[in-house]
Design a protein around this ligand. Structure first.
Ligand code: GUN
Length: 293
């Protein structure tokens, strides 16, 4: 069984990005610049955005964090996005989700200039990805694709079962695995909450991508021996034996599934760390005008 090490792979990618940034700077080019907009005081969002800003520093990017009170109006937030859209020094823009209930996520997402949409959330980038055009691919699907590539996992002709049809993970993952390329050329089954005989379908998967958001949902009886298992879930559960009082688990019951799998991502240290590398990679692509030209 191969343990797919997302922590190491993410660090490898960050080192590659840092090397390219050093080259750009040595040639007198502009430092890539990411702007993050954070609305309110949600603890998890603050942690994520903090990690993104820190990662920018690590690779030599400039970053700007715009913090707005949770009472900000939709109109004010749209204006902040517009100003960043028009700021020629900023290459990438993310608005951390979730947003307060009085603000439309769709409206805000659609306001982001596709050329700066390094989260890959805008309709333009989702459409471009679907058409197999150059596009910013969202962080989690990008991270999974990169792990499959770097671990040279064969995907052509394989049966890939994706559990979960969210706009940011399951749905794009199903498109990427089916497209003509590598990774890709898989026969894909996209399953969701209304799927019947889920366990049976999962048992036919050569590659099982689990993004259902339920702790330890996938058990050994749902996995074909030799399958590649990618676990997107991340859940905090109480664990008094830990100093922190909690531990992290995924959507897959790791201890019983790992011995069956030919390769598997752990939680933590699998898909999670890859998402920041994806954001940095997309920002570099934007700075170098590699996606929209
Ligand atoms: N909230 C949780 N994940 C993400 C992400 O990838 N991007 C943004 N903008 N917000 C998030």
């Amino acid at each position: 069984m191969i343990l797919i090490d997302g922590k190491k792979t993410s660090q490898d990618i960050k080192n590659e990005i840092a090397a390219r940034v050093a080259e750009i700077k040595a040639e007198g080019g502009k430092t890539p610049h990411l702007a993050a907009v954070l609305v309110g005081n949600d603890g998890a969002s603050q942690t994520y955005v903090g990690a993104k800003v820190k990662a920018c520093e690590e690779v030599g990017f400039q970053s700007t964090l715009v913090r707005l009170d949770s009472s900000v109006s939709e109109e004010e937030l749209l204006k902040v996005v517009e100003d960043i859209n028009e700021n020629p020094d900023i290459d990438g823009l993310i608005v951390q989700l979730p947003l307060p209930k009085h603000i439309s996520v769709d409206k805000v997402t659609n306001k982001i200039k596709p050329e700066k949409d390094v989260d890959g959330f805008t309709p333009a980038n989702v459409g471009r990805m679907t058409l197999n055009w150059p596009a910013y691919v969202a962080a989690t699907p990008y991270g999974i694709v990169e792990l499959l590539k770097r671990y040279q996992i064969e995907t052509s002709g394989k049966h890939c079962v994706v559990i979960g049809r969210s706009h940011i993970v399951g749905s794009p993952m199903s498109i990427l695995m089916a497209r003509n390329g590598y990774p890709g050329n898989a026969t894909v089954t996209l399953t969701h909450s209304k799927t019947q005989n889920l366990a049976e379908i999962c048992r036919t998967a050569d590659i099982l991508i689990v993004a259902i958001g339920k702790p330890e949902f996938v058990t050994a009886d749902m996995v074909k021996p030799g399958a590649v298992v990618i676990d997107v879930g991340i859940h905090r559960i109480e664990d008094p034996s830990k100093k922190s009082g909690f531990r992290l688990i995924g959507d897959v019951k790791f201890d019983e599934v790992a011995p069956l799998a030919s390769a598997i991502t752990p939680v933590p240290g699998g898909v999670g760390p890859m998402t920041i590398a994806a954001l940095l990679y997309n920002t570099l692509q934007s700075a170098e005008k590699k996606v929209f030209g």
